[in-house]
Design a protein around this ligand. Structure first.
Ligand SMILES: Cc1cc2nc3c(=O)[nH]c(=O)nc-3n(C[C@H](O)[C@H](O)[C@H](O)COP(=O)(O)OP(=O)(O)OC[C@H]3O[C@@H](n4cnc5c(N)ncnc54)[C@H](O)[C@@H]3O)c2cc1C
Length: 381
């Protein structure tokens, strides 16, 4: 077993950290307060190769693996989890779906622009009546000559309002149930495709979350992504990788909150000494650091297995479940260590606390992760 990162990975961590601290950190409170989508900084991260890291160089990516991607995700989320969420939707959901299921022509048309963040991408599975039960999708696509016509609507789509490209799932054969849902690639500006309400959120406020609407949206057959009827099954494969992404986002969020709490505990004095000298605070810091390490190890294991070409349904769900719950616990303790100041927006921990909660919900709630893990466990003889 090898627990150390390579020299290249250490270098990657330090350059992404420099970028995040110089070009993201100064804007975080403002982006959060005003729900500003960080378009310019995201495009800059694209130029640096951080957005399409897992895609081959010939398609505009950086040709890196999932461990490298996890490092990038951690470092961006350590400074701003919203930025991590925008990356997750763009890279491991939208672009990866096109990469895994797309034709050569689709890959050539979309991946270079998405990998470099010249274009923004979103991925729409969730509907108002189909969340955890995404197989209950109601949006439909019907064949009309050489075109597909989409009707219906999606909710909670990350990047929706800013997306140039949307990968969306719609029912093409209701009788075939989960094998009757297909994926489509929709480009901004296509008639009948629009975005609706942008949500006003508790956390992850710099990321845009909103509705995607189809009103007789007519697209040529070439916009079908993957085999007809396999869009939902492909989505489950995409989510296997996506959950590594959210696990890494959670680790980064927890790390950011922990570092802020550690620093504060050494500065804040009560009863004549730094609060870090009280055993109650030391116990919290020790538990936080231990849990972050465990979450990181689960995340890297899933990433490593994925890089080796294994199916990672169980391992990515375990990493996502554990790391997201750790992000919530650690950010909660980080606020506690700050006392009253933890409740005030002048300190970064209240934002980590608000942002962390999404990690236990997006790309499958903790309850659904347990269901996925248990299904895998029960499969083994
Ligand atoms: C900020 C944000 C960004 C998002 N981005 C995207 C995106 O880019 N693309 C996209 O497609 N979706 C996205 N989502 C949607 C997200 O994946 C769903 O919100 C999530 O899967 C839960 O679905 P739901 O909200 O409908 O909750 P529900 O499914 O209604 O769940 C409600 C509660 O019931 C529990 N529950 C449901 N079924 C079961 C069960 N069988 N067993 C036990 N408990 C159960 C859930 O765990 C939860 O606690 C986003 C959501 C948010 C909030």
């Amino acid at each position: 077993m090898e627990f150390s990162l390579t020299q290249e990975q250490l270098q990657l961590r330090s350059t992404v950290r420099e970028f995040a601290e110089a070009e993201i950190a100064p804007h975080v409170p403002d982006w959060d307060e005003n729900q500003t989508f960080p378009l310019e900084a995201f495009k800059r991260a694209g130029e640096l190769g951080y957005i399409g890291s897992i895609f081959p160089e010939e398609l505009g990516g950086a040709g890196l693996g999932y461990i490298d991607y996890a490092i990038i995700m951690e470092e961006l989320s350590r400074v701003d989890p919203s930025f991590g969420l925008i990356l997750a939707a763009q890279c491991s959901l939208c672009t990866n779906h096109i990469f895994l299921a797309g034709s050569d022509e689709q890959k050539r048309r979309y991946i270079p622009k998405l990998a470099t963040a010249e274009w923004i991408g979103c991925w729409s599975l969730t509907e108002p009546e189909a969340g955890s039960d995404a197989g209950g999708t109601r949006s439909r696509a019907t064949k009309d000559g050489a075109c597909w016509v989409l009707n219906g609507g999606k909710t909670f789509t990350t990047n929706a309002q800013y997306a140039d490209v949307c990968v969306a799932m719609a029912v093409t054969d209701r009788a075939a149930s989960q094998h009757g849902i297909s994926a489509f690639i929709l480009e901004k500006g296509v008639p009948g495709y629009s975005t609706g309400k942008k949500e006003n959120k508790m956390g992850m406020r710099a990321s845009a979350t909103g509705e995607v609407l189809f009103n007789n949206c007519r697209v040529p057959e070439s916009q079908l992504l993957g085999k007809p009827g396999e869009g939902f099954v492909d989505s489950l494969r995409i989510l296997d990788g996506g959950r590594i992404s959210i696990a890494a986002l959670s680790v980064g969020t927890a790390q950011g909150a922990y570092e802020a709490a550690l620093k504060y505990s050494k500065q804040r004095k009560q009863f004549g000494r730094p609060i870090s000298e009280f055993q109650a605070i030391q116990n919290k810091l020790a538990d936080m650091a231990t849990e972050i390490d465990a979450a990181r190890l689960l995340t890297y294991r899933a990433a490593w297995l994925k890089d080796q070409g294994h199916r990672v349904t169980k391992e990515s769900s375990m990493a996502k479940l554990f790391a997201s719950e750790v992000a919530v616990r650690v950010s909660n303790e980080a606020v506690q260590i700050h006392g009253g100041y933890g409740f005030i927006k002048d300190y970064p921990v209240e934002k980590f606390y608000r942002d962390a909660k999404l990690c236990t919900i997006g790309e499958g709630t903790s309850e659904i992760q347990r269901l996925v893990i248990a299904r895998q466990l029960l499969k083994t003889p």
